[in-house]
Design a binder for this molecule. Structure first.
Ligand SMILES: Nc1ncnc2c1ncn2[C@@H]1O[C@H](COP(=O)(O)OP(=O)(O)OP(=O)(O)O)[C@@H](O)[C@H]1O
Length: 293
């Protein structure tokens, strides 16, 4: 699948083949302009691919009213209507969504300390994010999509927001996709990772499997400068007499006489981002967006 904005526009997504399991909490990470919002907008039907296709929960995004009701989306700027009160937002949500759960909506509004009469325009960024999350969840969707949901929040509010998000996911039995620059947040809540750089998917998979399938090898300086058969070096750093490389592990790497250390999620993501920055259009993971449910 590809996505280009306008005839002469740059490719925002290039050759994305991604298949994502349903019911997971997926972290979508990548640098500014990587194509994260574009991918999320495609997934909820706000825009269409230029070529290829995608399927979410078994059909074309926003295919009809019932499909729209199955997906909840919270945009990057957590759009709420400034002149509407919290209660009016809930009323509007109830009118627009056949599966609206008024009990869930009112309970969560109380839990996060919002009151019915407050105007959304007078809420803080964190409170607006909580209101947007509540509205998305009260639809009782099967998939919640968030574009940088916690970016504007302070660390405490962010933790509360992410806890709420996880509670919703559990309570609804829903899957979720969230884009974020905050790798700590992704590590806290996501069990599946997609790294998108320069319009291409660099790597995607179960977070634990990805961490288990990569390692940092430490050797004498320059040891990783030449490519070696069977060893997939993602990125290399040099310090003093040593070089350390983040590699995909396998039979060939196990046989090497180098010190091997586990990688953190941050190291893994940075390694792929570094490789993509160094080699534009770096090798991509075979992958088709489509939750199978
Ligand atoms: N409406 C648009 N018209 C033209 N180009 C666009 C439009 N929206 C996005 N783009 C371009 O598509 C590319 C991907 O943008 P996108 O917003 O998807 O990236 P992102 O990864 O979400 O970035 P960020 O982390 O900064 O939010 C960028 O080069 C951007 O300039």
């Amino acid at each position: 699948m590809t996505k280009k904005y306008g005839r002469r526009g740059k490719l925002a997504l290039s050759d994305v083949h991604l298949s994502v399991p349903a019911g997971r909490v997926i972290g979508l990470v990548g640098p500014n302009g990587a194509g994260k919002s574009t991918l999320l907008h495609l997934a909820c039907g706000l825009t269409e691919p230029t070529s290829g296709s995608l399927s979410v929960l078994g059909s074309r995004p926003a295919a009809n009213a019932s499909h729209l009701a199955r997906v909840g989306f919270v945009a990057q700027n957590t759009s709420v209507y400034g002149a509407f009160t919290v209660a009016e937002h809930l009323k509007f949500g109830a009118r627009m969504n056949p599966g609206w759960d008024p009990v869930l909506a009112e309970r969560r509004i109380g839990q996060v300390g919002l009151s019915a009469g407050q105007k959304a325009g007078q809420l803080s960024g964190g409170q607006r994010a909580q209101l947007a999350l509540t509205i998305a969840a009260a639809k009782r969707p099967e998939l919640l999509i968030f574009d940088e949901p916690a970016a504007a929040l302070d660390p405490l509010a962010r933790r509360g927001f992410l806890q709420n998000l996880m509670e919703f996911v559990l309570e609804l039995g829903a899957g979720a996709v969230l884009s974020s620059h905050l790798l700590g947040d992704v590590e806290q809540v996501c069990d599946y990772l997609i790294v998108l750089c320069d319009a291409r998917v660099q790597v995607a998979g179960d977070t634990r499997e990805l961490l288990a399938g990569h390692a940092r090898l430490v050797a004498a300086r320059g040891e990783f400068d030449q490519p070696r058969a069977g060893i997939d070096v993602i990125s290399v750093e040099h310090s003093g007499k040593h070089s350390s490389a983040v590699v995909r592990t396998g039979a060939a790497t196990e046989a090497l006489p180098y010190r091997s250390e586990p990688v953190t999620l941050e190291e893994l993501v940075l390694a792929y981002m570094t490789r993509a920055a160094a080699v534009p259009a770096a090798r991509t993971e075979a992958a088709a967006w489509g939750a199978t449910r």
